[in-house]
Design a binder for this molecule. Structure first.
Ligand SMILES: Cc1cc2nc3c(=O)[nH]c(=O)nc-3n(C[C@H](O)[C@H](O)[C@H](O)COP(=O)(O)O)c2cc1C
Length: 247
């Protein structure tokens, strides 16, 4: 009988541990291409996002105390201002360095391998569809028009909150952005990065009195097809539903 020690999780953790000698040893992959830090779709329609209003804030301590994964939402839309605030909280640019930009969430080596897509179901002044968040320009790029709530619910193993939410956040990873530097250890860092982003989303949603739930259970390739990424160089790693909640 096979044991958990035969599985890839065990081997992965074991083989990607650093010690003072292994950190200097490079796997024999040859050179790994370094993709650009920003993805953008120059030919798609763009929607400008309003700058978030930072004044109306509760204390961080109170928001941390209230944060909860909420899975039931009302049918009310959220505003585009709220959506912009959520996006800014997840990956907004906060500091200019000479050659790159820092963001609200930390990222190993400031390499930012995580991209954000949205399935918009009910956001005022924004038509339903799939959008890509262009971090550098703080705009949305419209990939497909239409309501993708049902196919995405099915792709998330029939979790009702996906379709019930006003918006579904879909996070992908462009592995090579991290892998060219961290090699096999990059997988650890990419998932840490996405966890920071998702926590920022939940805290911002809490501050705006919205419900939010992170989702790790989904059929990866079904989501990739909806957002039109190849599943090889770029693949879905995490989701989160957001919507209004009854008070
Ligand atoms: C990585 C990760 C994946 C998760 N996936 C799901 C999911 O697929 N479906 C779901 O209902 N909740 C999911 N959750 C939410 C957890 O169930 C929730 O965080 C946990 O029950 C603790 O509750 P709290 O977030 O309200 O503190 C996930 C949470 C994390 C961090």
């Amino acid at each position: 009988m096979k044991s958990y020690k035969d599985g890839i999780a065990y081997h992965y953790l074991k083989q990607t541990k650093y010690d003072s000698t292994s950190i200097r040893r490079r796997e024999d992959f040859g050179p790994i291409p370094r993709p650009p830090v920003y993805k953008h779709y120059p030919d798609l329609p763009r929607i400008n996002l309003p700058r978030p209003d930072f004044e109306k804030t509760e204390s961080l301590w109170s928001i941390l105390n209230q944060r909860r994964s909420r899975r039931r939402y009302t049918s009310e839309p959220i505003s585009i201002e709220m959506l912009a605030g959520l996006l800014w909280a997840t990956q907004g640019i906060t500091l200019q360095a000479p050659d790159y930009q820092f963001r609200t969430a930390p990222s190993a080596g400031a390499l930012y391998p995580v991209e954000t897509y949205l399935s918009i179901h009910r956001v005022s002044d924004l038509r339903q569809g799939i959008y890509h968040f262009n971090v550098f320009d703080f705009v949305l790029e419209e990939i497909s028009q239409g309501n993708f709530a049902d196919p995405l619910r099915r792709a998330a193993m029939d979790q009702g909150m996906v379709a019930m939410g006003a918006v579904l956040f879909i996070w992908t990873a462009i592995w090579l952005r991290s892998m060219w530097k961290y090699r096999d250890r990059c997988i650890r860092y990419i998932f840490m990065d996405s966890g920071h982003i998702a926590e920022n989303l939940q805290l911002a949603a809490t501050a705006l009195n919205l419900g939010c739930c992170p989702i790790g259970a989904f059929y990866d390739q079904d989501i990739n097809e909806v957002i039109k990424v190849d599943g090889e160089e770029e693949t879905t790693i995490y989701l989160a539903a957001v919507g209004k909640v009854s008070t």
